[in-house]
Design a protein around this ligand. Structure first.
Ligand SMILES: Nc1nc(=O)c2c([nH]1)NC[C@@H]1CN(c3ccc(C(=O)N[C@@H](CCC(=O)O)C(=O)O)cc3)C=[N+]21
Length: 286
């Protein structure tokens, strides 16, 4: 069973080493990549994620700016902060931690980030670029999953990839990347009729539903590659995936665990996107 597990911590470590080398090359030319993270409110889970992004940014030698705003912050004040960061030449990436409090319109905030600093890849311009096959920022979680599949030597050409979940952050960009890698792609969601009959056709199954243990053995074809994007905090206080790991691992050929799978890759790709942004700014004399 051991060999079936795709180790996200190990692969993210390799990605971060490469990013560190790129950061060092840029710094030797007198330029330091900078990432700004904005957190609105005091949600402990969000605060923990932001803390881990800050630590990783610094560990790779990049400049980190964390802006903590109170939960009552107005949309106008948040927009003003983004405007300031859009103009700040020391900042190459801006991430506004989601979800946001209800008085703030998420779409409006995402659209306010300059597409060249949108290291999350959530801006509609970058979403459009991805769909059109143009160069741009790709959301970190799907990008991290592609890096894991590549590293594992999973050939997607002509394979059936099934994505369960249709969010703008994971499901839709994931489907697009798999399509560009020449997979045949199916997107399933909460209204899909007879989900197991479709997921059982998958050579590569991506579970991004947000419901603990939703994907069981009955959803998985023998020897499928199973990627678990779920991060559900259970009543036991522990993290659980969307996949019922213990029942699926005997049938899968490879599987990602939670924790230690997709999560660490997401942060590594955020670092990679920030480096890429700084390199582009340097090339363009900004
Ligand atoms: N603008 C924005 N961009 C994001 O990328 C974004 C966001 N908002 N809001 C919240 C989600 C969630 N997210 C995670 C990243 C890493 C782990 C991660 O590294 N998880 C570890 C374990 C962490 C733990 O134990 O709590 C793991 O799965 O092994 C998890 C979740 C990024 N998000």
């Amino acid at each position: 069973m051991e060999g079936k597990i795709i180790d996200g911590r190990e692969i993210s470590g390799l990605v971060k080493e490469e990013v560190k080398e790129g950061v060092d090359r840029l710094k030797a030319k007198g330029r330091t990549p900078g990432l700004a993270v904005i957190l609105v409110g005091e949600d402990p889970a969000s605060s923990a994620y932001v803390g881990s992004k800050e630590r990783t940014t610094k560990a790779l030698g990049m400049h980190s700016e964390v802006i903590r705003l109170s939960s009552g912050t107005s949309e106008a004040d948040l927009l003003a902060e983004i405007d300031r960061l859009n103009r700040d030449a020391a900042i190459h990436g801006i991430l506004v931690q989601l979800p946001l409090p209800e008085q703030i319109d998420e779409q409006r905030i995402i659209a306010a980030i300059h597409p060249d600093k949108d290291v999350d890849g959530f801006h509609p311009v970058n979403a459009g670029r991805l769909m059109a096959g143009m160069e741009g920022f790709v959301p970190c979680t799907p990008l991290g999953i592609m890096a894991m599949l590549e590293r594992r030597g999973v050939d997607l050409n002509g394979k059936h990839a099934v994505v369960v979940g249709r969010s703008n952050i994971v499901g839709k960009p994931m489907a697009m990347l798999l399509l560009h890698a020449n997979a045949t792609v199916t997107i399933c969601h909460s209204r899909t009729a007879d989900l197991p009959s479709i997921t059982r056709q998958a050579d590569v199954l991506i579970a991004a539903v947000g419901r603990e243990g939703m994907i069981g053995r009955e959803h998985v074809k023998e020897d499928a590659v199973v990627i678990d994007v779920g991060i559900n905090r259970g009543e036991d206080g522990k993290l659980h995936g969307d996949v019922d790991f213990d029942s699926v691992i005997p049938v899968a050929s490879a599987i990602t665990p939670v924790p230690g799978g997709v999560g660490p890759m997401t942060i590594a790709m955020l670092m990679s996107n920030t480096l890429k942004s700084a390199e582009k700014a340097f090339r363009e004399g900004r």
